[in-house]
Design a protein around this ligand. Structure first.
Ligand code: HEC
Ligand code: HEC
Ligand code: HEC
Ligand code: HEC
Length: 362
């Protein structure tokens, strides 16, 4: 009996080590495990100073810029063609232009969007896109506070000093079903780094972040003959989860207690923030970015003709809060509501629906 107990204890000990190794995945040392939940719940985060240094390098906030003085006449009184930023003072408007140049097109300058002979003209597609981007940013900061909180986002959160965000995504080329005898692989065995090179569907973003496809594995009712969540749905869900973990540089246990992945009572609050993030990404893609495909030149589109879109990594870039939570938006009234309708150029080109909810508060 005693020997049996000892064996059990040894097995428990081995299991604990096994779990620790499993949670640590294939990380090259040195690694630390940080405990984030109650003892014994396995709520651990793998921390590796080497990889942490790499993500830290891309997540430094740029020099904080001034938002400009609120005094003086309004931009709408002075300029000819301001459809979004008309309420800003002239000082705030000029500072906003300087800031978007620094955040999006620092090497190209004002002329990336403007014809220098006539700043009011909308002849460059980049200006038309930038106006819609202003509206999208305002929408995020005003209405998606359950996700972005008071931290908010600026153009820099996604752009990081480049005209096209490095971590925007387009749908991959579909499998050529004529070219082999493999049958339809459903995107599997075509390892994608976005899903941790696992044999999971390689395009969970098209599956889940451009429509409100159900993200579920466990059935919510006992087996009563109702249709159950399919194996394909399960694989897709795991692919999305792997992508989300990679994007934030966290383990599954950042959002889940593995006793039950589906149970919200057991889940840390970060899972609720992530739930809103999924809905936000869907809205940004369907209401703002996909319609811009009709305004963008062909070279910007993906291999299947879709416009570049956002997902978790576009903003997060490997950390749980983009740029470690530096609040850059608060100094720029041009990046806060109120909502303005899409410009006629965009509506005509892309049949854009105006964003739905109105701005809360104020
Ligand atoms: C990333 C694109 C982009 C860059 C770069 C940019 N602008 Fe703009 N600019 C815009 C957009 C979009 C508007 C229209 C805003 C609106 O409709 O509310 C605008 C409007 C203006 C206007 C108002 C013109 C009028 O009469 O209607 C001025 C002036 C201006 N910008 C100056 C500048 C200056 C100076 C720079 C460089 C420091 C600059 N912009 C850089 C996108 C840009
Ligand atoms: C949530 C992420 C996100 C934010 C925030 C964002 N953008 Fe973008 N932006 C994108 C994506 C994705 C693209 C590529 C797709 C497209 O061009 O429609 C893009 C493209 C652009 C382009 C076209 C560049 C080119 O060369 O084709 C301009 C200009 C631009 N953004 C300006 C801005 C400005 C100005 C802001 C801030 C007011 C801003 N963006 C905020 C995601 C973002
Ligand atoms: C950043 C937070 C976050 C991380 C990290 C995360 N998840 Fe999730 N997970 C969620 C959210 C939010 C949902 C619910 C999605 C929805 O319903 O829209 C979910 C749902 C699930 C479900 C479906 C539960 C059900 O109701 O059937 C499973 C299974 C799951 N996650 C597994 C994982 C695994 C495995 C990992 C690690 C590879 C992981 N998750 C990492 C936030 C996260
Ligand atoms: C438009 C940019 C943007 C996108 C896209 C985005 N996030 Fe976030 N997210 C943020 C910002 C900003 C914060 C910081 C909020 C704060 O300071 O509390 C944040 C915070 C979070 C947090 C809370 C972290 C913590 O430590 O409390 C989670 C979890 C999260 N995001 C998950 C996701 C997931 C999952 C996705 C993709 C489905 C996603 N985010 C997409 C901007 C974004």
């Amino acid at each position: 009996m005693k020997a049996f107990h000892l064996t059990l204890r040894r097995m428990a000990c081995l299991a604990a080590w096994g779990t620790a190794l499993l949670l640590a995945g294939c990380e090259r040392p040195p690694i630390d495990l940080l405990q984030t939940g109650y003892r014994g719940t396995g709520m651990l985060q793998v921390h590796n100073p080497r990889t942490a240094a790499q993500v830290a390098a891309v997540n430094q906030a740029p020099a904080l810029l001034s938002g400009g003085s609120p005094d003086g006449p309004k931009a709408s009184q002075i300029f000819k063609n301001v459809q979004v930023l008309g309420d800003l003072s002239i000082g705030q408007f000029t500072s906003q232009m300087a800031a978007i140049t620094a955040w999006v097109a620092p090497s190209e300058g004002c002329n990336y969007c403007h014809n220098p002979d006539n700043l009011a003209e909308d002849s460059k597609y980049t200006k038309v896109v930038a106006r819609r981007m202003l509206q999208m940013t305002r929408r995020i900061n005003a209405d998606w506070k359950p996700h972005v909180a008071a931290t908010g986002v600026t153009c820099y959160t996604c752009h990081r000093g480049q005209p096209v965000p490095a971590l925007a995504w387009t749908a991959p080329v579909p499998q050529d079903l004529k070219a082999n005898f493999m049958g339809n692989r459903n995107g599997q065995n075509a390892p994608a780094s976005s899903v941790g090179l696992m044999a999971l569907p390689n395009d969970p973003l098209s599956m889940y972040l451009t429509s409100d496809t159900k993200i579920r594995v466990a059935g919510t009712t006992a087996i009563t003959g109702q249709r159950h969540d399919s194996i394909q749905g399960t694989e897709g869900t795991y692919a999305l989860m792997a992508y989300m973990s990679n994007s934030l540089g966290v383990n599954c246990t950042f959002c889940h207690n593995t006793q039950s992945f589906g149970n919200w009572q057991l889940s840390p609050p970060q899972r609720t923030v992530a739930w809103h993030g999924i809905r936000m990404a869907r809205e940004l893609n369907t209401e703002y970015l996909l319609p811009l495909g009709k305004v963008l030149p062909a070279k910007r589109l993906g291999p299947t003709g879709d416009a570049p879109k956002v997902a978790c990594a576009t903003c997060h870039q490997g950390v749980n809060k983009p740029l470690y939570g530096v609040a850059m938006a608060k100094d720029f009234p041009g990046l806060q509501g109120p909502e303005t309708p899409a410009s006629p150029a965009i509506v005509a080109a892309a049949d854009v629906k105006p964003a739905k909810a109105s701005v809360k508060g104020k």
